[in-house]
Design a protein around this ligand. Structure first.
Ligand SMILES: [Mg+2]
Length: 259
């Protein structure tokens, strides 16, 4: 990985960033990172937050943060605000989402029966398209138990994604990178693939893998070094600081370049 100082800031249009442990520390938004978001937005950059957190949270983030869109549940949907009000978009249509909800219901019941010690996450009631189990947030499950949970979910027909805190049952074909691409088309009428070189992605862990692969200008905050074994493609650049401090480093480099 190269130092973030090697990233050429010329021509960058926007910054897509993960939330947990990219702009937060112990679950709390870091002041340096929040100030840096405002610097970027004030300098004219388009900001997009993308997270495994619930779609209910993205409604709030789109209203409160200086972002053009907030993508949630690892790409399943997004929220944005414009002069007409608050809007939501989804990767799959309503009929598909109804089928996916039935599958998640089956998974929820089977996990409760076969692995009664495993609980859904405490942000569960704000989710609309996926189902997440707590593996490392308020409990610390052994690797073997997480593997058994993943096996059970996949055996029932859903994909899985495991972050440092949650194991997600994913009933549709979305991922963080494709969710961002759809959101940009939906919200800003942007064809991401036609201008990938103009976007920077910043993330921190294994559940950012799809975005590290998609964005040629991908940046890991310094704590990415703890997760390199779970990334088929590492980020191209890495910051000196960890979490929100690292995000602020790359953000200020871009904002300063624009002046
Ligand atoms: Mg993260």
């Amino acid at each position: 990985m190269l130092s973030y100082r090697e990233l050429d800031p010329a021509g960058i249009r926007g910054v897509v960033f993960d939330i947990d442990d990219t702009v937060t520390r112990n679950g709390v938004l870091e002041p340096d990172a929040y100030a840096a978001m405002h610097r970027l937005a004030d300098a004219g950059f388009e900001l997009v937050a993308v997270t495994g957190r619930p779609l209910g949270w993205t409604d709030v983030i789109a209203r409160l943060w200086p972002v053009r869109a907030a993508v949630g549940e690892n790409g399943a949907g997004w929220a944005w605000v414009d002069d007409a009000g608050t809007h939501e978009g989804y990767f799959c249509d309503a009929a598909e989402r109804a089928k996916q909800a039935a599958l998640l219901d089956t998974i929820r019941r089977k996990v409760a029966t076969r692995m009664p010690g495993i609980k859904t996450t405490n942000d569960h009631r704000h989710r609309r398209c996926d189902l997440a189990f707590d593996v490392g947030e308020s409990v610390s499950l052994p690797r073997a138990e997480i593997d058994a949970l993943v096996g059970l979910i996949e055996g029932l027909g859903a994909r899985t994604s495991v972050s440092t805190v949650h194991a997600h049952a994913i009933p549709g074909p979305w991922d963080k990178a494709e969710g961002v691409a759809r959101a940009l088309r939906d919200v800003l009428d942007i064809d991401l693939d036609a201008e990938l070189e103009r976007w920077v992605f910043v993330g921190d862990s294994g559940n950012d893998a799809a975005a590290f692969e998609r964005f040629p200008k991908s940046v890991g905050v310094a704590n990415i070094r703890d997760h390199l074994d779970r990334l088929p493609v590492p980020p191209r650049y890495v910051t000196d600081g960890d979490r929100g401090r690292g995000f602020a480093e790359i953000a200020l480099r871009l904002a300063d370049h624009r002046g």
